[in-house]
Design a binder for this molecule. Structure first.
Ligand SMILES: Nc1ncnc2c1ncn2[C@@H]1O[C@H](COP(=O)(O)OP(=O)(O)OP(=O)(O)O)[C@@H](O)[C@H]1O
Length: 251
């Protein structure tokens, strides 16, 4: 299997307050193309930092990130920004849609930012696939949370993303909308061959993924294939015990 994302010995230290915080402490991991992975761990374990560094939104302090075989952070920031705009999709908890733009304009925004011609036919095809074609001229404020998140997923898919990163994509949704969004992410992977890496706190959400990667104290702390919500919850509780006891994370 080819890797969509490979992380090699990633370190990230924040030092803005004068007291250094090690958010990532030598993480090596890979995410196969066409797979759906959930990243989990106790609060402060480094999940969002891992996603930000893997997606090229932040620079690791040390280590290397490869996306579809291309090393991020190796060149100038401008080259990284260009690569990110074309090959990386993002889905955030709070949707990050621009309120003054219609659904279709929001979906086309990454193409515009990348300086490409707006491909309305493609935008409409993606919106159609996500059941939103008839809402294309609406402003986001007219949509439900679940619909807004589906627009964000359409926007993430409009380019040719090597990977879609989702940070708590169901964190603001009710149960039913959350299930819809998770099923959609799974379809995006299993029927359309995309790669999704999702940070979540929710064992039920994680169970939609093919596998779960656990972090504790900025280190890899195990993985689970074909996860069930119960198995994930049990593993998380165990990690919480380890962190609470100040023990080393299990690899
Ligand atoms: N910009 C920052 N400046 C300083 N410290 C930071 C910054 N961002 C994160 N941290 C610290 O890095 C560590 C990891 O944070 P991160 O947000 O990656 O964890 P997380 O697992 O996503 O947490 P949560 O589940 O609470 O969102 C924490 O100790 C956090 O306080």
């Amino acid at each position: 299997m080819t890797d969509a994302v490979r992380l090699e010995t990633l370190y990230k230290t924040y030092d803005d307050t004068g007291t250094a915080v090690t958010a990532l402490d030598g993480v090596t991991a890979s995410f196969g193309a066409g797979t759906f992975t959930a990243v989990m761990g106790p609060s402060g374990s480094g999940k969002s930092t891992l996603l930000q560094c893997a997606a090229g939104l932040d620079r690791p302090t040390a280590g290397r990130v490869f996306l579809a075989g291309t090393e991020l952070h190796a060149g100038k920031d401008t080259a990284m920004t260009k690569f990110r705009r074309t090959r990386v999709g993002f889905v955030f908890q709070d949707y990050n849609l621009l309120p003054a733009l219609t659904v279709e304009q929001n979906v086309l925004l990454p193409s515009r930012l990348a300086g490409r011609r707006a491909d309305h036919a493609r935008a409409r095809a993606v919106l159609d696939r996500l059941g939103l074609l008839d809402r294309r001229d609406d402003l986001p404020e007219r949509l439900s949370g679940g619909q807004r998140q589906r627009v964000a997923i359409a926007r993430a898919l409009i380019g040719d993303p090597a990977v879609v990163f989702a940070d708590e994509p169901t964190g603001a949704l009710d149960l039913r909308s959350a299930r819809e969004v998770l099923s959609l992410l799974r379809t995006v992977v299993h029927e359309h061959g995309r790669t999704v890496v999702m940070v979540t706190h929710d064992p039920v959400a994680a169970a939609y993924a093919d596998s779960v990667l656990f972090l504790a104290d900025g280190r890899l702390a195990g993985a689970l294939s074909a996860p069930t919500a119960e198995a994930v919850a049990e593993r998380l509780a165990h990690l919480g015990d380890l962190v609470g006891a100040g023990a080393e994370a299990v690899a």
